[in-house]
Design a protein around this ligand. Structure first.
Ligand code: GLN
Length: 278
């Protein structure tokens, strides 16, 4: 006899008791193995796993125990309204970044041209395109592997209207090209001890770290956006929880107005938005 759903969950929870979220992790892994929804786990606790399923579940629990992110084990992560393919070429989409999607949507009007810089999985660009059929969405990344993944995500959700470009920030674009520039760039300080903990250990450093103060990329983005935005266009960036004042200052120095700071779901400063009115 093979273990039941109930027994598999209990086993997984015990194995992962040191993890931050054993209950959620185990449920996601078991749903992945059984190809089912969490509800099915609850309504069929006595359902027996097949031998192969039990073996695969054991392997995934063991890899999770070694610290591998759940999204790498299942190969996907939910973001906004989309289930996105994830691999180790990019950042795993975070719920905090959904803040950028809702802020961007509050500024987007029909026929606007929007660019998502450092798109990674395509999370922001694809979410915006899924919400608004009447805008032009461009997404850039300097990592070709990330762009390939983002393109797969676009195909998966029939969002082929999003154009992907292999480029670093806005360097190749002409002035006054965009109505809205949005980015979740790297912003962690080079020596931040969090880099040795949790999921970030399995993500590319190039997607996380930005020089000694974490602001090197945001500095470039703000200056380049001031050139590439159209008059009255908006710039919107995600940043670290202690960087709001510094980022607002960068916006001011580059000539942005109507600058506002925004908090993530945990109440931490997480995004700054500003308009180029000249
Ligand atoms: N918010 C992420 C973290 O702290 C970092 C993401 C980023 O650098 N853009 O884990």
């Amino acid at each position: 006899m093979q273990p039941t759903v109930h027994e598999a969950l209990a086993f997984g929870r015990a194995e992962l008791s040191d993890s931050l979220s054993p209950d959620v992790d185990v449920q996601i892994l078991l749903c992945h193995v059984l190809d089912c929804t969490p509800t099915r786990l609850h309504v069929s606790p006595e359902h027996e796993l097949e031998a192969q399923q039990w073996q695969l579940f054991n392997q995934l629990v063991e890899r999770r125990k070694q610290g591998e992110p759940v999204a790498h084990l299942t190969g996907s992560r939910g973001f906004w309204s989309l289930d996105l393919l994830v691999d180790n070429s990019t950042l795993i989409p975070r719920p905090d970044t959904e803040l950028l999607v809702s802020l961007a949507l509050s500024k987007i009007k029909p026929n606007m041209t929007v660019v998502d810089l450092g798109t990674g999985t395509g999370a922001i660009a694809l979410s915006l395109a899924a919400e608004k059929a009447d805008i032009d969405v461009i997404a850039t990344d300097f990592s070709f592997a990330a762009l390939q993944l983002a393109q797969k995500n676009a195909n998966r959700h029939a969002l082929e209207q999003v154009r992907f470009i292999n480029m670093s920030w806005l360097v190749g674009f002409k002035s006054a090209s965009f109505d809205l520039v949005v980015s979740n760039p790297p912003y962690i300080e080079m020596r931040d001890p969090h880099l040795n903990q949790g999921d970030v250990r399995f993500e590319p450093l190039s997607a996380l770290v930005s020089g000694p103060d974490g602001l090197e990329d945001i500095r470039q983005i703000v200056v380049q956006a001031a050139k590439c935005l159209k008059k009255d266009g908006w710039l919107l960036v995600e940043h670290g929880y202690q960087q709001s004042a510094a980022v607002q200052q960068l916006f001011t120095d580059a000539g942005f107005e109507h600058i506002s700071a925004h908090q993530d779901f945990g109440g931490q400063d997480r995004a700054v938005m500003g308009q180029l009115t000249l």
